[in-house]
Write a protein that binds this ligand. Sequence first.
Ligand code: UT7
Length: 315
Amino acid sequence: MTGIEIVGTGRCVPGRLVTNDDLSRLVDTSDEWIRTRTGIAQRYFCAEGETNAQLAAGAARAALKRAGISAEQIGLCVAATFTADHAMPSLACEVHGALSLPESAPAFDVNAACTGFITALETARSLLAGGSVTGEYALVIGSESISRVLDMTDRNTCVLFGDGAGAAVIRLSDKHDYRCVMGARGDASLLHAGGAASEEHFVHMEGKAVFRFASETVPKCVMQVLDSAKMTMDDIDYVVCHQANGRIIDHVMKKLNAPAEKFYKNMQTYANTSAASIAIALDEMNEKGLLCPGTRVVCVGFGAGLTWGGTLLTF
Ligand code: UT7
């Protein structure tokens, strides 16, 4: 399998900081409940007039800057989201316009909910490897404005999510070990939101059932990635799970008998940003100097669909 090199990462969060205490003034909840049940302390919501496209373009610009390449060098733009500002055009096309990407670079969205960034990475890699796009680099974005589809009277969901965007500039590389596994279980009952045929605009989640699904699926997915690379947890520096709930991540580390230091967590700052969460985490880690040449990271996404996907990235 031809691998990928991540040559730059970026992130962008919107302007409105919302604490758990802020939400406890809207619904019957408390900072204590949210922190202990999820690990979340705060989240960012889009301010009035702020759009998903602005977040996605902000993250993309930051990733290009860190990669040290210009917009003209981008051959493909893939955005993962379930909260695009419009049903059409795609979020990726909005970023394409905002950054003046070349006309030779196709742009489209993928929707695999919280597995979106993993799916978008593999989609971009496959297209680069297949030779159907010209240009050396692809821009891969995970970006959400989930606050737009939250029922702010439903304490079961409104405390869990946040808005934000993360992006990566990638290119093909045989020197950077890469693996990817993905799966889906067609089941719309546990987690869904909006859409053209839906009368329900807001996110609905059967939290306990999704928690069970994640706790079973994520450890299996990590093991599948490791097995496909003939590696064990000892060969891996970090595991970056989708940041839905700190207790899910604790369960995964226990099940894999792996040390807590290997599991990156940042849901305390951003809450669950769906397709953006893994991309935001990678950018934070990059900024902190955790991703040195040779660092191996397994990323695992899981969410509505139900979907899941795991990838081995080497920096
Ligand atoms: O990103 C996609 C993937 N998403 C996930 O992986 C999320 C998976 N699920 C979860 O993270 C957890 O199930 C939740 C955080 C959503 C809920 O935690 P839980 O421990 O499963 O709580 P629960 O739903 O069983 O609710 C326990 C109690 C209930 O009260 P009763 O019925 O025991 O009286 C809820 O009504 O907690 C109550 N509750 C709340 N209390 C205060 C639910 N939400 C809140 C709240 N504040 N915000």
